[in-house]
Unconditional design. Sequence first.
Lengths: 177, 256
Amino acid sequence: MTRSQIKPIIEALIFVADQPIQLKEICQAISEEEPQEIQEALLELVKDFNGRESGLEIREISGGWRISTRPFYHEHIRRYLKTKPSAKLSLASLETLAVIAYKQPITIPEILEIRGVSSSSAIKTLLERRLIVPKGRKDCVGRPIMYGTSKEFLIQFGLKDLSELPNIEDFEELLTN
Amino acid sequence: MSVLTENSSNSAKAPYQIKLEIFEGPLDLLLYLIKKEEIDIYDIPIAHITEEYLKYVQLMQELDIDFASEFLVMAATLIHIKSKMLLPVSTTELNELENVEDPRNELVNLLLEHKKFKSAAEMLWSRAEVEQGVFTRAPLESDKENPEVAATVFDLVAAFKSLLDKRKEQLQVEIANDKITLTQKINEIKNLFKTENKISVSKLFLKASSKAEMVIIFLAVLELTKESIIGLLQTETFGEIIAIKIHDTFTNKANN
């Protein structure tokens, strides 16, 4: 196949996937082509697609690719869907989530140390929302459970991977300036 | 905790509503005081801030707010730092001046760290806000049949608990029953999977004649999952949990 024949197939696959689709999955679906060629076609497709400046975009989220509307058009979409933006997490939960996101894997006592307050109810909420997941036990007295962020976390906060989080030390500079 | 708030409406004994800042913990309260009093965080007048802090703690007690013990721990810490600063530095310590640490340092570091994560939380907040304005296509009909959401141990425990609750009345009379071992149960479930590819987990529990047996079944399901002999799937949140046979490993182990 030529590249211009592969690209529309990839576009169709990204559209139909209900979760961000991984390059690996795309390669499995187009097994007749070399992964290297598919990857190049994918990157070219993303460039073309996003270059059109339409209402849709292809974005890399949580290790996969996804077609979504551009955030810029949210007002009109909401007007049509008749939905309002909702505050999904309390401030306490968000702060706990921030600590976990930057310090993972981290145990509850360690979170307490940073936040100066017991965070068990926030942790319960985050577990229920599947934003955090247990990541094994720490090798110390009591073998407490360590927590880290989940795939769902990356999706909900629109992150490609954890390295996309702004550097925590930048916040420090912000504070000292 | 909060010194406030909207939900004070549900405490019937409060004749009036008080609105104060929300203090998530002692560090939050300290940061609030530092901001309010326009204090330099690197040079905290510890006597003054301790006084202000204790005023708030007292206020909380007067308002009969059920506040966390962490607030008292911080009060003790503040007083400890204050007393340390009042003590004269011994001459030997003065000689090694660079080794004399400001007793406030530890607290300042804690406050700065806390502030950093507060900004990080704000960053997450704004990210989530932007992401809420992003929409993907609505789920297709076929997505529903696609058991993408794997069940977690929490779902399993919750399902187990609801079953136990359901069977509570029936289980009141407990007769000394034959002892079933975990190994027996595991083999029993393995045998079921020889003919079936998927079995609803709640169905496995239905056969149990006692609480003890249900516990054994629960452990057996966990064990089989751990060994990757079966997998657990849940098609929708709070939905039925289905145990499915994982082919390659299953056949090997079953033959053992």
